[in-house]
Write a protein that binds this ligand. Structure first.
Ligand code: IPE
Ligand code: IPE
Ligand code: MG
Ligand code: MG
Ligand code: MG
Length: 302
């Protein structure tokens, strides 16, 4: 990792935070109880990786960086907020008693613990819906808006993240296989990473060849990320991670450590990270920041 990578990541995550605050503060007519629960979960300390990925993928294609005082791409910023709202909704619902039954998230009580189950369900609904509303209203180019909305719907929906969540639950009841893992991880996690990389590209009007490389990068980055998440559930510290550890084994989840063991899981996460880096090859040195992201995500403790 280069010396300034940490600073670049912090700065981009901070920018995503600011964008999210701006988006929420522009919503004047939210139900006050919902606003409270939405802000509680959205502004808890998440890593904002998916939002950062939107911004950095856009910067890769457009050549302008917010760090260098370059012009910031408005549509990429709206997309970064939308992706983080959908991601946060997915966490609120993932933690519900009917799904993973987790009491802790982002270092705080999960939404359904801090409020109640009904509020958590509706908070997720509200965040999901707002993401699409904001894309439709705030993106300033109709063609880009349509493409972003279509991509987010496809990646987050019943052929994407939700399909992965269904399979994740179904797999609790059967012996885990590599094939099942590949399906679950691709859908529940990697498709939102892929979506984030693509949305950055779409906002920057990337051509088909560039989008294809971002597609490949995002997929493998997401796969590496979820193997690391599974490993952290076994080896991480709950205090640092901000969520319960050891939950996967208790719930008999289909995870890499459960199916192939820890050592092989570590090899597999490396292989996905290498594939992500390889997808960026033809971008040359301007992709150096994105190239370091898989390494940083595997080395993370939270
Ligand atoms: C958690 O995602 C859910 C997974 C797909 C593993 P993150 O680890 O990115 O969660 P936050 O946004 O930082 O809380
Ligand atoms: C969650 O995966 C994926 C989502 C779509 C939310 P996990 O269930 O492994 O995420 P954590 O460990 O609860 O953050
Ligand atoms: Mg889950
Ligand atoms: Mg979970
Ligand atoms: Mg997990």
């Amino acid at each position: 990792l280069s010396e300034d990578f940490g600073t670049r990541l912090d700065s981009a995550a901070k920018r995503v935070d600011e964008i999210l605050h701006d988006v929420i503060s522009r919503q004047r007519t939210l139900n006050p109880d919902l606003r409270k629960a939405m802000e509680y979960t959205l502004f808890a300390p998440g890593k904002r990786i998916r939002g950062v990925l939107v911004l950095w993928s856009c910067e890769l294609i457009s050549g302008a960086s917010h760090l260098d005082g370059g012009q910031v791409n408005h549509n990429a910023e709206v997309a970064a907020a939308a992706v983080e709202m959908v991601h946060t909704y997915s966490l609120v619902h993932d933690d519900l008693p009917a799904i993973d039954d987790d009491d802790m998230r982002r270092g705080r009580a999960s939404c359904h613990k801090a409020f109640d189950e009904a509020t958590a369900i509706l908070t997720g609904d509200a965040l999901l819906t707002l993401a699409f509303e904001v894309l439709a209203k705030e993106v300033d180019d109709l063609d880009i808006a349509r493409k972003l909305i279509a991509q987010l719907g496809e990646s987050a929906g019943a052929a994407g993240m939700i399909a992965g969540q269904m399979a994740d639950l179904a797999a609790e009841k059967v012996e885990g296989t590599i094939e099942a893992l590949q399906y679950i991880h691709t859908n529940k996690t990697a498709k939102m990473f892929q979506c984030s990389a693509l949305c950055g590209g779409i906002a920057a009007k990337a051509d088909t060849a560039e989008l294809r490389r971002l597609w490949e990068y995002g997929l493998n980055l997401g796969l590496a990320f979820q193997v690391a998440d599974d490993i952290l559930d076994v080896c991480g510290s709950s205090e640092y991670l901000g969520k319960t550890v050891g939950k996967d084994e208790k719930a008999a989840k289909c995870t890499y450590p459960a199916v192939v063991g820890l050592e092989e899981s570590r090899q597999i996460e490396r292989q996905f990270a290498d594939k992500a880096v390889a997808a960026l090859k033809s971008f040359g040195p301007k992709a150096d920041t994105l190239r370091q992201l898989p390494i940083a995500l595997l080395e993370r403790g939270k």
